[in-house]
Design a protein. Structure first.
Length: 263
């Protein structure tokens, strides 16, 4: 049913362009089979094969996401629904009243920008194929070939940056009177870096952004204090936390400030 996606994923050599859990673990598959909810077969087949899936990365976002555990809530009109995924600007769901055993079910989407509901497919696999086609049209043939080919490997200099950033140690030591977070940073490497990329998330929750700590003047073996605005205008600084980003790969060059020069 999803051979087209398997084939497409196999050809793309750009890391993290697709992120899937892989086949659902046996115990989770058994739990799915025992579920009281008559989930459509095409959706169940997808999550059994792929688990949670994030598809078509652009920057640090994914244009399509499918969740292995659908989230129950209600539509704007109060109808019970099961949200199974999202695109960059919609939430995708089944309506519970249209779920029946051994039957497919139409897919609806709520568009955040337009604030409106629309049925966009007659079944899950059709919805996913439509979303893939829509996204593929965003790319020129040349750009898609570049995605399939993958980025060039790290140079020796870039490898040294990856190693160095592991030796930069930091911690949040307080909140400034103006709401900025106060970081203490130690350079345990042997080189200078222009910036240090740090992720920001809700405490105990999902990441929603990142900041760059200016460390271009931090000598090896030295420590400095940095005060940074971490979305204080839209997020309570007492309810956010900084976290260490994982090692970047070649596909992350544009996302990590360590690879950029100071202005």
């Amino acid at each position: 049913m999803f051979e087209w996606l398997v084939h497409e994923m196999a050809k793309v050599k750009t890391g993290k362009f697709y992120l899937v859990d892989g086949p659902l673990r046996a115990e989770n598959g058994e739990r799915l089979a025992r579920s009281d909810l008559p989930l459509p077969a095409s959706y169940k087949n997808f999550i059994l094969q792929f688990g949670n899936a994030k598809l078509y990365r652009i920057g640090d976002l994914y244009r399509v996401q499918v969740w292995s555990n659908p989230r129950a809530d209600r539509t704007e009109k109060g109808e019970p629904r099961l949200c199974f995924g999202r695109t960059e600007d919609t939430i995708a769901y089944f309506k519970e009243r249209l779920l029946f055993p051994d039957q497919e079910s139409p897919v609806f989407e709520w568009h955040y920008g337009r604030g409106a509901e629309q049925q966009t497919a007659d079944r899950f696999d059709e919805w996913l194929k439509k979303q893939s086609g829509r996204i593929r049209r965003y790319y020129t043939k040349k750009k898609w070939r570049e995605i399939e080919k993958g980025p060039p490997p790290f140079s020796d200099r870039e490898k040294s940056i990856v190693k160095a950033r592991r030796k930069f140690l930091w911690r949040v030591v307080g909140i400034a009177p103006n709401g900025d977070l106060i970081f203490q940073v130690y350079n345990g490497s042997q080189i200078f870096l222009p910036y240090l990329s740090v992720g920001i998330r809700h405490k105990g929750g999902e990441p929603f952004g990142g900041v760059k700590l200016p460390v271009f003047d931090l000598e090896p073996g030295k420590t400095k204090v940095v005060q940074i605005d971490c979305y204080k205008d839209s997020h309570d600084p007492h309810k956010v936390e900084a976290f260490e980003e994982p090692d970047p790969g070649p596909e992350d060059r544009d996302l990590y400030w360590e690879f950029r020069a100071t202005s």
